[in-house]
Design a protein around this ligand. Sequence first.
Ligand code: GRF
Length: 210
Amino acid sequence: MMRIAVLVSGNGSNLQALLDAGLSGEIVGVMSNKADAYALQRAQHANIASVIIEHKAYPDRESFDQVMQQQLLDWQVDLVILAGFMRILSPKFVAQWQGRMLNIHPSLLPAYKGMHTHQRVLHSGERYHGCTVHFVTAELDAGQAIAQAVLEIKPHDTAQSLAQRVHQMEHFIYPQAVEWVCRGDIQFIDQQVHYRGQVLTHPIQFAALH
Ligand code: GRF
């Protein structure tokens, strides 16, 4: 069974979706860089080990990442899931988890990397928006995509309504993508994503029902 660590900084609704999904992997630990992250309470509720590693306590990114790395090794983690983890990771840390670390981002990558995606998408007058599950590489939000959920932007949408709808889709596609990795349906081989033995040239797409 795959041993999974979830890295969080905030609310942790994606962590909750992963906890509720009944994955065939085991979530063995939750790590937060913020002491007040609500995600920590979710972990406690689910009886899962959690640690707070505050980035502010370390002089630089490398030393912070090294402490995280040691904790992941102690937990004997196979798969690292970033779920609203708001720190950029050092290239060394990312390299150690190549093909074994996933993130979810609230946009249809490669469009709208970075922050404030909902506002930016609205501002640009896009017709579609959504979220992407991808492997993590050293370049921010640029790793190989596994799955995307797409929604159509309605005239009355606001950044808030988009955030809410995108979140709902995240809670569906993230557990699905993680489950594929746990079952070996998704594999990372030679820098490429394979789905059931075939190279995945485009992310697997889901459409919103409303
Ligand atoms: C999500 O919107 C995710 O796409 C982004 O951070 C947010 C995390 O939300 N990476 P939550 O903490 O899981 O509720």
